[in-house]
Design a protein around this ligand. Sequence first.
Ligand code: GDP
Length: 360
Amino acid sequence: MKVALIGVGQAGGKVTERLARFDADMGFGAVRGALAVNSAKPDLRSLDVVDTQLIGADRVNGHGVGGDNELGTEVMQSDIQQVLGALDGRVTSSAEAIFVVAGLGGGTGSGGAPVLVHHLQQVYDVPVYALGVLPGRNEGALYQANAGRSLKTLAREADSTLLIDNDAWHEQGESVEGAFKTINQKIARRVGLLFASGEAVEGVGESVVDSSEVINTLRSGGIATLGYASEVASDDSAENVRTAMSVSRQALLTGTSLPDATTADSALLVIAGDPEKIPRKGVEKSRRWLEDETGSMQVRGGDFPLESDRLGALVLLGGAERSQRIEEFMDRAREAQREQDSEETDHIEQFTDDRLENLF
Ligand code: GDP
């Protein structure tokens, strides 16, 4: 699937850069254009393979919006024409979809991404998707509340929102910085493979996955998730049938971007590896298993021929919002919002009896 990427905010820019770099290093050619948009100048300066656009300079002078996602929304709204102008020529006619990438817990990405998606929907005919990073459980209440509001609006505006939970793809005991690095690398490899899977040219055959299958899987709308797992392939075909099943199970049950999200409206199973070693019987068996497990009648499947000694499974779910993980997250976000609201009220009450006059 040929895509144009727009990263908003710090996490959005970093993940976009990683994705563009992975695609270029692998020679896939699926990423047709990449732009990073931010209200913080230093964050843009640290990027080197993507084009950049500063927003909100008249309001925050390149210093960012802090954790204020309402301000993030405002600066994106005010400067939307500049951002759309910067995209001209980058979203070429070859792009089959646009992905807006953002960390949902911060300010610029959290508030800005939904506005940008809204405007892109009016300008471009191709689907506009969001790739959103959810804050981990141990990130503060502000992050949870910001992400809740951002997710709600993104889900309304985007054709589908692919969620990556910051708790999902890192090792236990890593530092926050170390964890971000690991997560970003995994996002780049896994989402990068998904983009590239529809672009495979070698060994083209009936079973090779096509971009339209990715788009049709995401047509369910709502929340999407992506899982991945791989194991070394064998010279024995019966063994490869077992491996295909095993990696497909792991991709959905333990390798997913949103833990516990296993029911969905639609799914796509891509088996990647040396075409000689991809076992037809194993792929069929895995696809049927995925049908049972997700409760979806629409499970698509296909191969991604790759030069590799491993067999990998990518599982994309569409319409996965009824998962327990999303419920838990939205509860946390609502709770955080309530706490913030009551703190604000307390502050105001504290001052109602004051004899001083307000400034304006
Ligand atoms: P913004 O620049 O105001 O949009 O804010 P950030 O992009 O820093 O968003 C903060 C959220 O993104 C928090 O939930 C962070 O945990 C997360 N985040 C920040 N940097 C990264 C990163 O490099 N990788 C990942 N996966 N998450 C990040």
